[in-house]
Design a protein around this ligand. Structure first.
Ligand code: FAD
Length: 433
């Protein structure tokens, strides 16, 4: 992998846990979600500690394209239909507040911040997007339907959100981390009550936020049924146009785009981890067609947790664990969702409630078509006879020939050719070759 964001970024070292510690709130995981939660808790005057298994920002956050928008793949039309207007407003306002908060922090922590309109485009029927623009305007934000965009290829139409943004995720994350109480190389193997156990010590807390991308506790919250992972592929190009905005398409096969300095980032080829799909081939085909003179500078893939209804899980981990909290299932929109999580969890921990919490409640109904797809996938892979099995729940692993990894289609764990864990929820290596 040739990631763009960690190229030549100076990093400070944080200590590892040695011995036993106590804190009021422990945050497990130092990606965008965990670090923003720690930052918010510190602002609120809460005694907290963040434990990261490796280096902060080196998880999925390193693979993001860092587009910041309240416009996500899930249409507000559908949120209104499924959850009602009040919850759709909560979702919109939580994400708009997130954009505003980043804007303020970006003044203090330089991160190549740029205000850009965000667009969701379609090549097909525009009626749904016209309705979407009206719905969002009714919910209180001036989204508009446009027939043309600055993209160098025609679209049938798009919904445009003014004053959204793009930034450098690692410059931002490392900047806000400077004065936070962080432990690196502190992998939490187990949580007993509200005590987290690592190899070289333990941390006793009053409350714990699990921000480990895929939640690490299997026995509570049924996250192994509520989440699957989707891989996505990004190529950064030199000698391509400035597209003057950030873009996602309505079709599963469409590409997302943004610029960074003199580069154009093109992403897509998404597929469930462990399954076949477009991958880099789809992205390269698109580039060949629309940017034939461009030159590839970086290329990487990463994956995100997808919830059953495309709304993140932010709140209490499960009804049987009142002192555990979770932030996961960001559906490839983890920049604004992480900030929303920091605000919501900060409020829940300090005041017991948050005006934006209900729509994100991890405890909401699981009765969605995706639940049955996840269960079917797990059943097939669990039964499939092979000796290479995932150390998470024992599903059959699939060889990924383009990335040379062993991938689990059930929950998205990935292992190197030699069997080392690369992506969770698995926590143990599988075999030595
Ligand atoms: C290709 C791609 C492009 C994307 N583009 C965008 C975008 O433009 N805009 C947007 O909003 N979102 C985007 N996303 C989504 C966004 O990047 C993610 O949702 C977000 O980065 C996830 O952050 P996180 O903190 O939840 O996870 P991570 O960054 O993975 O952080 C979790 C951390 O927990 C640590 N950890 C795990 N287990 C343990 C343990 N047991 N003990 C201690 N530490 C542990 C890991 O080491 C890791 O550092 C994109 C996603 C992908 C895949």
């Amino acid at each position: 992998m040739n990631y763009l964001w960690d190229d030549e970024i100076p990093r400070r070292q944080y200590p590892a846990l040695k011995g036993d510690r106590k804190t009021d709130v422990l945050i497990i995981g130092g990606g965008m979600a965990g670090v923003l939660c720690a930052y918010r808790l510190k602002e609120l005057g809460v005694d907290c500690l963040l434990a990261e298994g490796g280096r902060i920002g080196n998880g999925i956050t390193r693979g993001t394209t860092a587009v910041l928008s309240a416009q996500h793949d899930k249409l507000y039309l559908d949120i209104v239909r499924q959850f009602g207007e009040a919850k759709a407003k909560q979702y919109l306002e939580a994400n708009l507040r997130a954009v505003r908060r980043y804007r303020k922090l970006a003044e203090k922590y330089p991160c190549d911040w740029e205000e850009k309109p965000s667009y969701m485009y379609t090549h097909g029927d525009t009626e749904k997007l016209r309705q979407e623009a009206k719905t969002v305007a009714r919910l209180g934000f001036p989204a508009e339907f446009v027939r043309e965009t600055p993209l160098p290829f025609p679209v049938a139409g798009a919904v445009r959100y003014p004053e959204m943004a793009q930034f450098h995720p690692l410059k931002f994350l490392l900047g806000i981390s400077e004065d936070l109480p962080i432990l690196e190389h502190t992998f939490i193997r187990e949580i007993k009550g509200t005590t987290a156990i690592a190899d070289e010590g333990s941390i006793e807390a009053k409350k714990i936020i699990v921000a480990t991308h895929f939640p690490i506790l299997n026995r509570k919250g049924l996250y192994f049924m509520k989440l699957y992972q989707k891989r996505s592929f990004v190529v950064a190009l030199e000698r391509a146009e400035d597209v003057q905005g950030t873009y996602v398409g309505t079709a599963e096969s469409s590409m997302y785009l943004r610029n960074y300095k003199d580069l154009l980032l093109v992403g897509g080829g998404d597929h469930r981890t462990g399954k076949n799909g477009g991958g880099f081939d789809a992205v390269h085909e698109f580039i060949q067609k629309h940017f034939p003179d461009a030159v590839e500078r970086y290329a990487w893939a990463a994956q995100d947790c997808m919830s059953l209804d495309e709304i993140p899980y932010i709140g209490r981990y499960s009804p049987s664990a009142p002192d555990l909290y979770v932030a996961s299932g960001f559906n490839e929109w983890g920049m604004s969702s992480s900030m929303a999580a920091a605000e919501i969890l900060g409020d829940l921990i300090c005041n017991g409630q948050s005006a934006y919490a209900p729509v994100f409640s991890p405890d909401r109904s699981m009765m969605r078509a995706q639940l049955f797809k996840n269960m079917g996938e797990t059943l097939i892979d669990f039964m499939f006879p092979t000796f290479r099995r995932c150390s998470h729940l024992g599903c059959a692993l699939k060889w990924n020939p383009s990335e040379h990894t062993w991938d689990c289609p059930c929950h998205g764990s990935r292992f190197s050719e030699q069997g080392g864990v690369m992506d969770n929820p698995a926590m143990k290596d599988i075999f030595r070759s």
